[in-house]
Design a protein around this ligand. Structure first.
Ligand SMILES: Cc1cc2nc3c(=O)[nH]c(=O)nc-3n(C[C@H](O)[C@H](O)[C@H](O)COP(=O)(O)OP(=O)(O)OC[C@H]3O[C@@H](n4cnc5c(N)ncnc54)[C@H](O)[C@@H]3O)c2cc1C
Length: 547
C-alpha cells in the first residue's frame, strides 16, 4: 500500500462509502492501516487477545445490534467520549452476511449467528411454538434480517407520545430517522427489476390499491416495490454502516464473543459494573458515565431479570435477590403475525430474479388513527421450506397493530437456560377478526386476474374451498408465523408498568438506560429495523442532551 493511497483513506466518509459499496471489506480496511483487527477496535474476549478489564470507559453499550451501533456512533460523533461496545456474538465480516441473497440461510437451525429462541407452543396456532430468533453477531438482527426498510407511520410515533412517551412524537424522532438515511441508502432498484414484481404491482392496482412509488415518503398507503437496505447487492447492516468510520478511532473498543451475564449495583441502586462471561473467563468492567443495554426485545428483560431488576413475585421463587421491583420488565411482548397464502408459479423465475420480498402493500384503517391496518409482503420463493414449496409466490399479511400481549420471563436463574417467551398470538377476538379479514384480502390479491397467467392453483396454500369464515380461521391458524418484529418488553412511559422513562433511564436505577426494540410502547406500522436504529440514535442524543 503506497503512502498516497493510504492518505486517501483518512476520510471516514470515503472509507464508509467503499465498505458499503463492497469495494473494501473490513478485514482489508484494517490491513490497509497495517494492523490486525484485534489490535484496533476489536477485543475478542473469548480468546483473550486484549483485556478491557481494569480499563474505564465513559459509556458501556451492551449489544452491537441495530440500536447499539447507531447509539455508539452518535456518542462518538457528537462528543469526545470513549465507548466500549460489548457483543455476545462474533464478527459479521462474513461473505454470507454481506451477500443479501443469503439472508434465509443465516437463521437456519444450527446457525452460529443467532440466538435460537423459540416461543411456548401457541394454542391459537395449532400449538406450534414460534421462532423468536435474533442476530448474535456484529450488527445484531440487522445482520441476519430480511432488509425490508420501513420507517413506520408518523402517527405511530405520535401514538407513542400519547401513551406517555413524552418527546417521542414524529416531530421529535424525525431527525433521528432522517439521520439513518444518508449512511443507509434504501432502494427499490432491485425489486422493481423483476417481471413478476411488476405483474404483482399491476395486479394490485387492478384490485384497487393505489400505486405508491415511496411508502417511506408522503404517504405510506398503497402498493409499491419493496425498499431494501441493500447497495450493490450488499447488506447495509448497522455495524458496517454506522461503525466503519470509527473502527480506527481509539475512543471505540469493541469486545466480541463476550456475553454480559449480569449487572452489579451498589446499595443506592446505581450500576457499578457489567459482569462479562467470555469462554471460561469472567470479569467486570465499569462505566464512568452510564451503561446502556441495547440487547433487544428478548435478551434485555432476561438480562435485567438475571440482575434482579424485574417483577419481585417472579424473581423471588428463583432465588434472585431483588434490586428493583419493576413488574413491567418482560411484560407487553408483542409481534406481528404473518399469515401466508401461496401459489406455485407456472414457469420458474429466471436466475436474474434475485430478490425475495419484492412488493409491499399498506392498506386498511389501522386502530391507531392515520395508520394502515395491514402490510402485505409479497415474496418469491425459489427454494421451498416446509410447508411452503419452492418456485412459488406468497402474499403474507400482517395485522400491524395487534392487541394481544405476552411476556418474557426467566425459566431458571441459570443464564444458560433460554427464557419463557409467551407472545399469546391471536389471544384477543379483535386480533383474530383482523387477521382473518387481512387473510381474505391477501387471497383476493393472489387470486386476482392480473396474476392468473403467472400462477397455478395446483398445490396452492390453502387449497380450494377456503371461502367461509370457519375455513379462513383454519387457514390463519395453519399458515401463520411470528414475523421477527418482537417489541415492547421494557416499555417506555410514565405509568407504574413502564420500565424506562422517556429519557430511556431505567426507573428506580441510576446510571442505566435501555435502547432497543424492547422500549417501544407499541409496534410501528411495518418492519422494525429502522425504528430500532432510530431509538439508538435518539438515545445517544438524549444522553448528550442534544435531542
Ligand atoms: C430473521 C429476521 C428477519 C427480520 N427482517 C426484517 C426486515 O426485513 N426489515 C426490518 O425492518 N426488520 C426486520 N427484522 C427485525 C429487525 O431486524 C429488529 O427489530 C431489529 O434489528 C432489532 O434491533 P435491536 O437493536 O432491538 O436488537 P438486535 O439488533 O437484535 O441487537 C441486539 C444485540 O445484542 C446482543 N446481545 C444480546 N444479549 C447480550 C448480552 N447478554 N451480552 C452481549 N451482547 C448481547 C445480540 O447478540 C445482538 O447483537 C428481522 C429480524 C429477524 C430476526
Amino acid at each position: 500500500m503506497s503512502r498516497t493511497e493510504r492518505d486517501n483513506w483518512q476520510d471516514p466518509d470515503e472509507i464508509a462509502r467503499r465498505v458499503q459499496d463492497g469495494t473494501l471489506t473490513r478485514r482489508n480496511l484494517l490491513k490497509l492501516f497495517g494492523v490486525s483487527a484485534a489490535s484496533v477496535a476489536f477485543t475478542s474476549a473469548a480468546t483473550g487477545t486484549a483485556g478491557a478489564e481494569g480499563v474505564r470507559y465513559d459509556y458501556v453499550v451492551v449489544g452491537a445490534g441495530s440500536a447499539g451501533c447507531t447509539l455508539a456512533a452518535r456518542l462518538l460523533a457528537d462528543s469526545r467520549a470513549s465507548v466500549l461496545l460489548i457483543e455476545a456474538g462474533g464478527s459479521n465480516d462474513l461473505p454470507e452476511v454481506r451477500d443479501f441473497t443469503k439472508a434465509g440461510s443465516l437463521t437456519a437451525p444450527g446457525s452460529r449467528l443467532i440466538w435460537p429462541f423459540q416461543s411456548e407452543p401457541q394454542p391459537a396456532l395449532l400449538n406450534q411454538p414460534q421462532s423468536f430468533v435474533c442476530g448474535k453477531l456484529g450488527g445484531g438482527s440487522s445482520s441476519v434480517n430480511g432488509m425490508v426498510w420501513v420507517r413506520g407511520n408518523p402517527a405511530d410515533y405520535d401514538h407513542w407520545a400519547a401513551q406517555g412517551a413524552t418527546g417521542w412524537n414524529y416531530a421529535n424522532v424525525r431527525s433521528s430517522l432522517d439521520a439513518l438515511t444518508g449512511p443507509i441508502k434504501p432502494s427499490s432498484e432491485l425489486t422493481r427489476r423483476n417481471l413478476l414484481s411488476q405483474a404483482t404491482v399491476n395486479a394490485a392496482v387492478d384490485v384497487g390499491y393505489a400505486y405508491n412509488p415511496d411508502y417511506n415518503g408522503a404517504t405510506q398507503f398503497g402498493v409499491g416495490y419493496t425498499q431494501l437496505n441493500v447497495v450493490n447487492q450488499i447488506r447495509q447492516d448497522a455495524f458496517t454502516t454506522f461503525l466503519t468510520p470509527y473502527l480506527t478511532d481509539p475512543r471505540l473498543t469493541i469486545m466480541t464473543d463476550a456475553e454480559v451475564a449480569r449487572l452489579t449495583f451498589d446499595s443506592r441502586k446505581a450500576v457499578t459494573g457489567v459482569v462479562i462471561k467470555a469462554g471460561d473467563r469472567q470479569f467486570t468492567v465499569r462505566a464512568e458515565c452510564e451503561v446502556v443495554l441495547s440487547t433487544g426485545t428478548i435478551n434485555t428483560p432476561r438480562l435485567l431479570q438475571l440482575s434482579g431488576v424485574g417483577a419481585a413475585r417472579d424473581l423471588a421463587p428463583l432465588g434472585i435477590p431483588v434490586v428493583a421491583d419493576l413488574p413491567g420488565v418482560g411484560a407487553n411482548l408483542h409481534d406481528h403475525l404473518i399469515s401466508v397464502t401461496l401459489k406455485k408459479l407456472r414457469v420458474p423465475e429466471p436466475e436474474s430474479h434475485l430478490t425475495a420480498m419484492d412488493v409491499n402493500v399498506f392498506t386498511g384503517r389501522g386502530r391507531v388513527p392515520g395508520t394502515p391496518a395491514y402490510e402485505f409482503q409479497v415474496y418469491y420463493t425459489r427454494d421451498g421450506y416446509p410447508p411452503y414449496p419452492g418456485n412459488s409466490m406468497s402474499v403474507g399479511v400482517m395485522n400491524l397493530h395487534p392487541t394481544s400481549r405476552g411476556h418474557v420471563k426467566l425459566r431458571s436463574a441459570d443464564p444458560a437456560v433460554p427464557p419463557i417467551i409467551q407472545p399469546n398470538f391471536l389471544q384477543t377476538a379483535e386480533d383474530l377478526d383482523t387477521q382473518v379479514e387481512g387473510y381474505r384480502l391477501a387471497m383476493e390479491l393472489i387470486n386476482s386476474r392480473g396474476l392468473r397467467d403467472w400462477v397455478t392453483d395446483e398445490g396452492s396454500l390453502p387449497g380450494p374451498g377456503f371461502d367461509t369464515r370457519e375455513k379462513l380461521i383454519e387457514a390463519v391458524r395453519t399458515y401463520s408465523q411470528a414475523d421477527f418484529h418482537a417489541v415492547g418488553t421494557c416499555r417506555m412511559g410514565t405509568d407504574a408498568n413502564a420500565v424506562v422513562d422517556p429519557q430511556l433511564r431505567v426507573r428506580g436505577i441510576t446510571g442505566l438506560r435501555l435502547a432497543s426494540a424492547a422500549i417501544m410502547p407499541s409496534v410501528t406500522s411495518g418492519n422494525t429495523n429502522a425504528p430500532s436504529m432510530m431509538i439508538g440514535d435518539r438515545c445517544g442524543r438524549l444522553i448528550l442532551g442534544r435531542s
